[in-house]
Design a protein around this ligand. Sequence first.
Ligand code: PDD
Length: 279
Amino acid sequence: RTVYVNGDYVPESEARISVFDRGFLFADAIYEVAAVLDGKLVDFPAHLRRLHRSAGELGMRVDISDDALLDIHRTLVERNGIEQGQVYMQLTRGAADRDFAFDTDAMTPGLVLFTLKKELIDTPVARNGLKVVTIEDLRWGRCDIKTTQLLYPSLAKMQAKASGADDAWLVRDGHIMEGTSNNAFIVTSEGAIITRPLSNGILHGITRATLMEYAATTGVRIEERAFTVAEAHQAAEAFVTSASMFVGPVVSIDGINLSDGKPGPVATQLRQHYIAESR
Ligand code: PDD
């Protein structure tokens, strides 16, 4: 694979970053994951907007233009022959002697991009759905910023897998926040979809926003409000959204089957609609 590191396209085995990069030492880094369908980027402008928002919230510099970022994405997709998969982009504050205090202006931001070939349409998740378990949300209070501080969600996912599930839904004050790397939705018996409103407590998912637009245009009722674990257990259906899964049907929560343990009709229809509109 060819990867991009601080201005250069290099084979992955030759890529080098500084051990003093604050992304590595302090998770002082932000990232975006954009899906690639039929060799084309999905929702790319929205990913750029979120990158700028994350950088702004952390006072991180983005020294490169949006056009140049798009060009790097397209070059990697082409060189690595990505028809379906994703592009990962990470921006770090830069490298300096290890110190909790930092001087952003004295550093050169670090920029790394790589691709992943991955089937996104005909997947086991689409066919069989996901089993999730609820786990306490112990992440920091700014989950709206897409930082690389991903240890807790990673451990939560491992805990879910150890219990025989596929992923965790993170819970704060009895309410579902989001999945470890996706936004959470439940569906009522009337076919309305419920998802919690945006706040500092969850990532402002791009797939979430696009999906809600599509739902609105097809007449699906949307309730943007917090929902409890008990409500999730009793939901008719559930699903998650992310750039890597699009819409992933959820078929069980804490061992309780939803929609007979199979992907539900609303989730399935929204998934098909999302994919059709994205290509
Ligand atoms: N994760 N919530 C969290 C905590 C996430 O990490 C993600 C994305 C989402 C969904 O956002 P979007 O629809 O913009 O992908 C929600 C990416 C895919 C990842 O970390 O791989």
